[in-house]
Design a binder for this molecule. Structure first.
Ligand code: SAH
Length: 494
């Protein structure tokens, strides 16, 4: 049966890929009718097979590349198509940066209603990475069993929950592979079962690995489907370079902790108890079974005027398995340094940092401000923020638990607290209307907007501009090379 524009499923066509969607799919047109083609790179001439036809567009699968795009590169990872984590790994990195910059620019024009000339005036060049691989400080691997009954670690294939074995993700730390090898061989040697989602049985569900890139400290947390026999007062016997504690949660537990302790940088091994049949990875209960409860990492302030040279000062954070922490530490330093430089602090300002998480940006700002107030909805993150302030001896940062759109109006209307500078770093959905409204009423000299979604950024900038602000500077930062995501920081002033 013929569908829209006469195209039908399984039809084979030849197209040239002329554009990319914001999700990284290639766009090819036949007689003006657009086809979205996953894994195609802009500039490819290709054979495609239609998979789904809609009224005004269709989806197609890339079947054969006749003439590869000049921007096509050999993907580093053989699983990049199946995994879906790296949507644009086959695209040259320079072209990736161009794509992201254009995505931000287009959203500011299309959604924000700014003129192209104006955006070209205020936009500064995107900040890319020198080494766009192995940048992630955090990895979460699902654990399962293969057909031969051996434990495997890898990633979920497509939208299924089948695990494809791969311990060598080229976005993560180099140590991940060895850590997983140790865990899988322990499971095999001691007959430790992997969790089976459909039956809700088996022990090991996920492995979380975090690394402090500046400290070299590594944390491993095994998410398990059993409450174990830990009572918090278990035998404290010396094992390797650390201390076994908190009782037994795993069969032959010491064999595993001993082997993990041999890995350079290993600082903390813990278990997280998650007995719920759910997609949520981490359980709420965490027990350290070897070493320390946290790892540390330092974020350095960098000189944005001087190619991001190290200023020689930094803030050290304690990170637990459940803490929120930016996953690309190299780019985080650049992003925060840009926000700090845009804030133009002289030491006299009252600064609000909304959506502050564990206070990373707040503490960065505090050194150059009179007083900083951080607002965050997750109370555990606020506790972390307070501890991080104390351990860095920062006394002029105060943290408040609650929704930004509730805390800010309340503090402003009831207590008359002022702001010279407001920094916001909201989740993808952007700022709440009530929050933007109060910001406009508080009338700070400058607003810094850090955003992980340039569509909601553009929407919110429009509201602030209609409220009397002007966008002065704007810069994209590539926090997630090989993916379609891009971070943006904007300076607005009254
Ligand atoms: N600035 C921090 C965290 C940014 S992520 C950093 O760079 O590390 C966004 C944060 O906003 C998360 O910690 C999330 O818990 C918090 N959040 C989400 N909705 C919120 C709301 N309505 N009010 C305050 N915080 C919120």
């Amino acid at each position: 049966m013929k569908q829209s524009a006469g195209y039908e499923k399984n039809q084979v066509l030849t197209v040239e890929i002329i554009d990319i969607t914001s999700e990284g799919e290639g766009i090819g047109k036949v007689d003006g009718f657009p086809f979205f083609v996953k894994d195609a790179v802009i500039g490819d001439q290709a054979q495609i097979r239609v998979t789904r036809v809609k009224k005004n567009y269709a989806y197609a699968r890339l079947e054969k590349v006749y003439v590869p795009s000049p921007f096509r590169v050999d993907a580093k990872c053989m699983f990049h198509k199946q995994c879906g984590g790296c949507q644009i790994q086959a695209m040259d990195y320079g072209r990736q940066l161009e794509f992201k910059e254009r995505k931000v620019r287009n959203n500011l024009i299309r959604i924000g209603g700014f003129s192209p000339e104006y955006i070209d005036q205020i936009m500064e060049p995107i900040v890319g990475m020198e080494e766009p691989f192995y940048y992630r400080n955090k990895a979460q691997y699902p654990i399962g069993m293969n057909k031969e009954g051996n434990p495997v670690a890898g990633f979920y294939a497509g939208r299924t929950h089948d695990i494809i074995a791969n311990t060598d993700c080229c976005l993560g730390a180099a140590e991940n592979k060895e850590i997983l090898r140790v865990i899988l061989s322990y499971m095999k040697d001691y007959h430790v079962s992997a969790y089976d989602e459909t039956r809700g049985e088996g022990l090991i569900r996920h492995v979380l690995i975090r690394k402090g890139f500046t400290s070299g400290e590594i944390m491993v947390c095994l998410v398990i489907n059993d409450k174990g026999h830990g009572d918090g007062k278990g035998a404290r016997r010396g094992v390797g370079k650390g201390v076994a504690k908190g009782g037994a949660y795993l069969p032959s537990q010491e064999k595993l902790t001993q082997a993990l302790a041999m890995i350079q940088g290993m600082t903390s091994v813990s278990v997280s108890i998650n007995t719920d049949q759910t997609n949520v990875i981490m359980g709420k209960e965490i027990h350290t079974i070897w070493g320390k409860d946290v790892i540390r990492d330092t974020i350095h302030v960098r000189d944005v005027e001087n190619d991001f040279a190290d200023f020689g000062r930094g803030i050290t954070f304690a990170i637990s398995p459940l803490s929120f922490y930016q996953v690309n530490p190299v780019q985080t330093e650049k992003l925060y340094s840009l926000a700090l430089s845009y804030a133009g602090l002289t030491g006299k300002e009252t600064v609000w940092d909304l959506y502050c998480g564990i206070g990373t940006i707040s503490l960065f700002l505090a050194e150059d401000a009179r007083q900083v107030y951080g607002v965050e909805i997750v109370s555990q993150a606020v506790e972390d923020a307070r501890e991080n302030a104390a351990s860095n001896r920062i006394r002029n940062a105060q943290f408040l638990v609650g929704k930004a759109e509730e805390v800010l109006p309340e503090k402003f209307e009831k207590e008359g607290i002022a702001a010279d500078v407001i920094v916001v770093d909201p989740p993808r959905k952007g700022c709440d209307g009530a929050c933007l409204e109060t910001m406009i009423k508080m009338a700070p000299d400058r607003i810094i907007y850090v955003s992980c979604d340039s569509a909601t950024l553009a929407r919110d900038l429009r509201v602030l501009c209609d409220g009397g602000y002007e966008v002065k500077r704007c810069r994209a930062v590539d926090m997630f090379p090989m993916t379609v995501h891009v971070e943006t920081v904007c300076l607005m002033s009254r």
